[in-house]
Design a binder for this molecule. Sequence first.
Ligand code: FAD
Ligand code: SF4
Length: 471
Amino acid sequence: MSQNVFQFIDVQRVDPPKKPLKIRKIQFVEIYEPFNQAQVGMQADRCLDCGNPYCEWKCPVHNYIPNWLKLANEGRILEAVELSHQTNSLPEVCGRVCPQDRLCEGACTLNDRFGAVTIGNIEKYITDKAFEMGWRPDLSKVVQTGKRVAVIGAGPAGLACADVLARSGVSAVVFDKYPEIGGLLTFGIPSFKLEKEVMQRRREIFEGMGIEFRLETEVGRDITFADLLGEFDAVFLGVGTYKFMKGGFENETAPGVYDALPYLISNANRLLGFEKAQADYIDFAGKQVVVLGGGDTAMDCVRTAIRQGADKVICAYRRDAENMPGSKREVKNAHEEGVEFMFNLQPVGVELDAHGRTCGIKVVSTELAAPDANGRRNPVVIEGSERVLAADAVVMAFGFQPNPQPWMAEYGIELDNRDRIKAREQADYAFQTSNPKVFAGGDAVRGSDLVVTAIYEGRKAAEGIMDYLAV
Ligand code: FAD
Ligand code: SF4
């Protein structure tokens, strides 16, 4: 592949430069500058073209990584983008938001000593560049089967399912209660990781492929599930997980305490112009904000608060820095942008002022116990360590659980003991639920996870649907 097999020694791993902090702290724009073709060539050429590429195995959609790195290195972008779409429905999104350090790049042979190949950024470059060059998926040779599938949810799982169906001649109609496609890609993940234009461009591409979107249409409210079962040959459920986990502490419903997702959605609605009333916008300008939690959602909230002009932003987490679940890359970005981290603190209650509004968060210090059977070290409270952190806004970022919809039970769609829809890849028809006509994938099946795993399941479910429909 490489002209110089020692390229990985001569050329260091380089990430794209970040925008200056003074811009990052006030603007909702992606923080990384894009690579140019010369940088892509240098970095792609570091790939060793291993006989057994671990990166491909660790990538949940099993992208043909070394092959498209080679094409990108040679400037053959149109071939690279075709290859990349054989395994991934949203490569430009994954290139931006996958936790590559845990996935493809974490498995790169060069990762231990020399620095992994910058796979994610090259994946993003290939698709962005191809779109810029006018590339569009060519479906002119696809033979229509006459079958029609309803997809509920325009998140990555639903979009990936619709993508594979459309490329196979099955009409896909996607229903979503939100006014734009993307699910959490549009309304959860903030613009400094994934700019809103990326999904708007994808909608145009998908529409060009014949996928129909019926937005602002909630199944169970604006249209019944029975109607969909009657009208379509099969139904795919990619409805996500939207029950917010609570802390269970005193005054957690007081004014000034917010759940993470409504906070992020209100900010996305403002950026997209979907805000219905000024009062719907949750604004932390000039406030002292404490975000509780240590995952990626908590990082998205603290960094959003910084950009809104909060006076002070603290992330309080009940374990230590080493045991934080959030991606190291995002934690570093938050640090750089001015977020203060406080570790080993557990919230026990919200302090209220004379008007019943939040004025602080009561916390206790913790220390970590010995690892449990799963290797996880649980926090143990230190007696007499209670204190109050001043705060006029508190955000709970404790994660999400599935929220089963009433019509699921009515139509024999079984759930497991954690309310996830039961659907297995290894079933006779991949990702079929207990109702034979209904398939499911993504967070609603796995519990809260990743964009790329939702894409994988949506694609596999589409194959299951086509087997079931015998097309
Ligand atoms: P969703 O993206 O949740 O989409 C479900 C869709 O179904 C929604 O659009 C919803 O409106 C629609 N829907 C539900 N019920 C109905 C109904 N009855 N009628 C019509 N429509 C309905 N993952 C990463 O890989 N990288 C990240 O950086 C990352 N950051 C994240 C940040 C935040 C704040 C959050 C919350 C999650 C993040 N994730 C990240 C996780 C990732 O976004 C999810 O795993 C992924 O979006 C799940 O895809 P999905 O299609 O299953 O569900
Ligand atoms: Fe890596 Fe994600 Fe792209 Fe796979 S989809 S190659 S894991 S960035």
